[in-house]
Design a protein around this ligand. Structure first.
Ligand code: NAD
Length: 264
């Protein structure tokens, strides 16, 4: 129970990796706020948290909107009493753009807003509170796509490298205040995010036309991951628990890859 007495906010916590982080943190004793556009699946995750004996709050939030973020933090302080951990997990993929000229301005704007600008907005809003308390943990979910310079989804790869760079900038600035800021770079996970990507690949790439989306995903896992197995939301959840725990008090400014060895 490494997070007993702590309150965590997880953006994009309604499904996929975010849900995995929420449940791992609740299992370790944290009360959790789930901030997501989708309130119905978020409510189901909140019920799972409550079944573990912890408190849960669902806040409908668009992480690209400053006013939503302020309202989120105000409500969590009011209903759960404090904020100890902020996990910036909400994110979207971009359509595969190979060559990059396939991408549109709208692809770039949307991916930048959800994946990068949102992290700036939440960090800006939480920093004064964490500085006053001389404590706090920020965990940003980046991706192997950032460090690999993956050519498949240019705006997505650039956005995730942006998250890693911004993580280090904020970590440097907040370190003297006792605040830890780290990123996690997940590898390849069978969430709605990857399912949509695989469906798109089946429809648009003749190389994958005879495969099911799941077979496309498995072929990528085999081709790319040295350990030859997919990652799970719990893999990312336990890494987030570690970064939120007292055991990680001297870990800051890092990009922890949980990727079966892709980036090494
Ligand atoms: P997902 O699509 O399954 O879930 C994303 C969640 O974010 C959803 O609940 C969605 O409603 C929410 N969301 C999207 N836009 C939002 C917004 N503007 N405001 C609030 N919530 C919003 O995706 P996932 O696979 O669980 O990915 C979670 C994070 O992990 C993302 O940042 C993604 O880039 C990253 N990631 C995923 C993989 C993978 O293989 N699945 C790999 C590396 C990194």
């Amino acid at each position: 129970m490494r997070l007993t007495g702590k309150v965590a906010i997880v953006t994009g916590g309604a499904m996929g990796i975010g849900r995995g982080i929420v449940l791992c943190m609740a299992k370790e004793g944290a009360d959790v706020a789930i901030a997501d556009l989708q309130v119905e699946p978020a409510g189901k995750v909140a019920d799972e948290v409550k079944a573990l004996g912890r408190k849960a709050v669902v806040v409908k939030t668009d992480v690209t909107k400053e006013a939503d973020i302020q309202a989120l933090f105000d409500r969590v302080k009011r209903e759960l009493g404090r904020i100890d951990v902020l996990v910036n997990n909400a994110g979207v993929s971009s359509k595969p753009g190979l060559p990059f000229t396939n991408n549109t301005e709208a692809d770039w704007d949307r991916v930048y807003a959800v994946n990068v600008k949102s992290v700036f907005l939440t960090c800006k809003a939480i920093a004064p509170y964490f500085i006053e308390r001389k404590a706090g943990r920020i965990i940003n979910i980046a991706s192997i796509a950032g460090t690999m310079n993956s050519p498949v989804m240019p705006p997505y790869s650039v956005s995730k490298m942006g998250v890693i760079t911004f993580t280090k900038i904020v970590a440097k600035e907040l370190a003297p205040h006792g605040i830890n800021v780290n990123a996690i770079c997940p590898g390849i996970l069978w969430t709605a995010f990857w399912q949509e990507l695989a469906e798109h690949m089946v429809k648009t790439n003749p190389q994958f036309a005879a495969m099911t989306p799941r077979q496309v995903f498995e072929s990528r896992v085999n081709a790319v991951i040295p350990m030859k197995r997919e990652q799970t939301p719990e893999d990312i959840g336990w890494a987030a628990v570690f970064l939120a725990s007292d055991e990680a008090r001297n870990v800051t400014g890092q990009a922890l890859h949980v990727d079966g060895g892709v980036v090494m």
